[in-house]
Ligand binder design. Structure first.
Ligand code: ADP
Ligand code: MP5
Length: 275
């Protein structure tokens, strides 16, 4: 029901794992959707036991429970755009792919999450092939970091020039667009490369010296998804996403004894007492 004078905002769905520490996963996505003025919804795939020091375990939901969450929001509220994060297992990937196809959930941003920033696994080893064969062909855009490029293609990206070859190899796996993220490449700028099968575009921002970048990949993909939900095309949504993550990395902060998160509230007005 719509009240007189109210307007429904754009909607976006994250299909992802829960991060108990609140910096990455579904929590990062929902905070990002809010900051981008998009109504965020979630289909939780797994619950991780995680803090600033790492991931000590995760509990998968039954694949049917993941599919039902997607169906519930898609058939009532509607999904303007969606993203996937931690999918954990091949069985969850099969259920997500079936639901996404049947309910025509599109555009779909796939962040092919395999491990946390600490190197703790978030994907069962036997799910890599399903990620390649079942999920990537459904993607409007796939957003791998350099470790995920290596896992998915076997290619080692050592310098900027290698990113184009990696983008080509990933595009051959079926997504419409590829964004290879260069956050882990040394250099003055943090450069990401976008490829649609024929043209490369570069998105660069000054690199901040900080170890507190937990959730940066999720946040970038969620901001891109918010842009798509608002009706932007992929290059314009990536531009918006890059601006959002650059601000969030600049606003990152220490938390706990380990790696702190990017700051999701950098565009939110300060609390009055702080103003
Ligand atoms: N130190 C940094 N300063 C500025 N931007 C960064 C920094 N580290 C990562 N980024 C940007 O954050 C986004 C996430 O990149 P990356 O860290 O490569 O992914 P992931 O979090 O999946 O490992 C990219 O747009 C990348 O360029
Ligand atoms: C539930 C969940 N999803 C994704 C990530 C990856 O984020 P990062 O690479 O910043 O640790 C994570 N740590 N936890």
């Amino acid at each position: 029901m719509t009240l007189p004078g109210t307007v429904q905002p754009p909607t976006a769905l994250t299909i992802a794992g829960s991060d108990s520490g609140g910096g990455a996963g579904a929590q990062a996505d929902l905070k990002t959707f809010l900051s981008c003025h998009v109504h965020g919804m979630s289909a939780i795939t797994a619950v991780t036991v995680q803090n600033s020091l790492g991931v000590t375990g995760f509990y998968e939901l039954p694949p049917q429970a993941v599919a039902e969450q997607i169906e519930s929001v898609a058939t009532d509220i509607g999904v303007g755009a969606a993203k996937t994060g931690m999918l954990a297992s091949a069985a969850i990937m099969d259920a997500v792919a079936e639901a996404v196809r049947r309910l025509k959930v599109t555009p779909l941003v796939v962040d092919p999450v395999a491990a946390s920033q600490h190197g703790d696994p978030l994907l069962r080893p036997d799910a890599l092939s399903a990620l390649r064969k079942v999920i990537l062909p459904l993607a409007t855009l796939v957003t791998p970091n350099l470790g995920e490029v290596r896992l998915l293609t076997g290619l080692e990206v050592r310098e900027r020039a290698d990113m184009d070859e990696a983008a080509k190899a990933l595009h051959a796996l079926g997504p419409q667009w590829v964004l290879v993220k260069g956050g882990h490449l040394p250099g003055g700028d943090a450069v990401d490369v976008l490829y649609d099968g024929s043209t490369f575009a570069e998105f660069a921002a000054p690199r901040r010296t900080t170890e507190h970048t937990h959730g940066s990949g999720d946040t970038l993909a969620a901001a891109i998804t918010a842009g798509l939900a608002r009706g932007l095309d992929v290059p314009a949504a990536v531009e918006l996403g890059k601006a959002f993550i650059t601000g969030a990395v600049a606003g990152s902060f220490p938390l706990g004894a380990g790696l702190g998160p990017v700051g999701h509230f950098w565009r939110v007005k300060p609390w009055p007492a702080q103003a």
